[in-house]
Write a protein that binds this ligand. Structure first.
Ligand code: GAP
Length: 501
């Protein structure tokens, strides 16, 4: 589906809509409705089950969202967290340089100096998208953080966190003290991040407030042992810098073992890259041939990274590969900077070892972008019907419960809905319009099952009363005894966890 068509469908079904819509909407902010809220919750749970499930030493925490200025100064965000902004000297509109250059340089502007960007603008006679004049300025760095007035005087400065990761660095020494005092130690955060994007657009892709799920793994730089044998034979769809420089855009499949032996990447990095790809492919069910690991060069990487592969998925609604997550090797950047900034030495002293400053491996995941990705890839037309083929454990509604005739079977169907809800199953009662229309509503909502209560159910008697169970994907229908229903539905609702055996 096209971007507009997909957004219209999601809006009509109450998955999401622009924030403050009655005032014309707020750029870069979206509200989730009942379906979107439940899908988002389940996606976050699936992420946590997978990534926090990688080790019993990985934990979720919930740090504050507002950071004192000293923190963002030390982290480098005050100085470096900028996007090049181009303004029009005629009409004074402002744009992201990347947006202006989009058609002539689709790979983006990471690593380009302001003068190089200005040269490309001039050589291609690029005009101001608002007024059409050839008066676009040399870009200037625009800081993306939202500052807030802090305290009663309003003179102190604080910032809304631009990435959830900072909370993990700030909590590292406390987590070391309350934990096993051993490395590796993983600290995960799921929550809002805020960026004053110059040009918010493409709905959930460039938002000003969005949800990240990020895992920071702190490890001993002298050795981070991982069970590499378990992933050695996996092949990854990689687009490395050398291939990109030759103009290639398609990834090549490279064995994990080869990425280490001849590709120069550390085992611990490739191990986590494999688990990240498995999550996108096996948990979120993005087709393998749509996934690409896009390596960023020295010049393009975020200022804190030593190795960076973005996880991209090809999305029809957005016309190509889009970054939905990434794996970052951040080295000792963050703990060094926060040791200096806070004056507290953040090195640790594992038993029997010299003190050391841990390094950080980060797995980052954009929750909102993946909600869009899951709609792009799994929601579509199939003949006459529109169906959202979400994995069952992500579906906002697990089962629709219908009485064939409201007056006759309604009370039974309502009691059944409550019983299923009591099992922890998201069951939704619906007695409006024809059964066909009710199926259609549930297909759009991604419900993997529908149950219909009819005359036969009541005639069966309380001991063996059966209902019709209909599967979303095959549309197959079968009679199932009520006593088996809970287990049948529940079996697909647990998100997968990585095998640690
Ligand atoms: N802690 C590392 C970090 O924040 P990032 O590449 O800036 O790295 C990580 O962001 C992820 O957050 C991205 O892969 C993307 O999925 C999501 N993300 C970043 N900016 C976003 C925005 N403006 N709107 C929605 N999602 C965004």
């Amino acid at each position: 589906m096209k971007n507009d068509e997909l957004f219209a469908l999601l809006r009509r079904r109450g998955v999401l809509w622009p924030s403050a819509e009655i005032y014309g909407g707020t750029q870069g902010l979206y509200d989730y409705g009942p379906l979107g809220f439940s899908l988002k919750r389940r996606l976050e749970e699936a992420w946590a089950a997978w990534f926090v499930g990688l080790s019993h030493d990985y934990h979720l925490i919930e740090p504050a969202e507002i950071l004192p200025e000293a923190v963002v100064r030390a982290s480098g965000h005050l100085e470096n967290f900028t996007d090049p902004e181009v303004t029009c000297d005629s009409c004074h509109s402002a744009f992201r340089a990347e947006t202006i250059l989009e058609k002539v340089r689709p790979e983006g502007v990471d690593g380009l100096a302001p003068e190089q960007i200005a040269e490309i603008v001039s050589a291609n006679h690029l005009k101001c998208p608002t007024c059409g004049s050839l008066t676009l300025s040399v870009p200037r760095p625009f800081n993306l953080m939202f500052g807030v007035d802090w305290g009663v005087t309003g003179k102190e400065r604080a910032y809304l966190r631009p990435e959830t990761a900072q909370g993990s660095y700030l909590s590292f020494s406390r987590m070391w003290d309350v934990g096993r005092r051993a490395l590796p130690l993983g600290i995960a955060v799921i929550g809002k991040a805020y960026r004053n994007e110059i040009a918010p657009r493409q709905v959930l892709f460039r938002m000003r407030a969005f949800t990240q799920a990020e895992l920071q793994v702190f490890f001993d730089p002298a050795g981070f042992a991982v069970p590499f044998d378990r992933v050695r034979e996996d092949s990854l769809p990689v687009l490395r810098v050398e291939r990109r420089e030759r103009g290639e855009e398609t990834p090549e499949m490279i064995r994990a073992d080869d990425l280490v032996r001849s590709g120069g990447l550390p085992e611990f990095y490739v191990y986590h890259l494999v688990h990240t790809v498995r999550f996108f492919r096996d948990v979120l069910h993005y087709p393998a041939d749509r996934i690409r690991l896009y390596e960023k060069s020295d010049k393009e990487r975020a200022f804190y990274n030593r190795i960076q592969f973005d996880v991209e998925v090809r999305l029809d609604s957005l016309g190509g590969y889009k970054e939905l997550g990434a794996v970052h090797y951040r080295g000792d950047y963050d703990l060094t900077r926060h040791s200096q900034g806070s004056g507290k030495d953040l090195s640790v002293h594992p038993t029997g070892r010299e003190p050391l400053l841990p390094h950080v491996l980060e797995m980052t995941f954009g929750v909102d972008r993946n909600i869009w990705g899951l709609a792009d890839v799994h929601l579509g037309k199939e003949g006459e019907r529109t169906v959202w083929k979400l994995p069952s454990y992500l579906a906002p509604v697990a089962v629709g419960v219908f009485p064939l005739i409201g007056k006759e079977h309604g009370a039974y169907a309502l009691a059944l809905t409550d019983e299923l809800a009591g099992w922890g199953i998201a069951a939704q009662y619906d007695d409006g319009s024809s059964i066909g229309k009710r199926y259609a509503r549930m297909d759009e909502a991604g419900a993997p099952f529908c149950v219909t209560v009819d005359g036969e159910t009541l005639a069966d008697g309380p001991a063996k009363d059966s209902v019709t169970l209909r599967q979303r994907d095959s549309r197959a229908q079968e009679r199932v005894p009520r006593s088996e229903l809970g287990n049948r539905i529940l079996s697909g609702l647990r998100p997968p966890r990585p095998s640690r055996a």
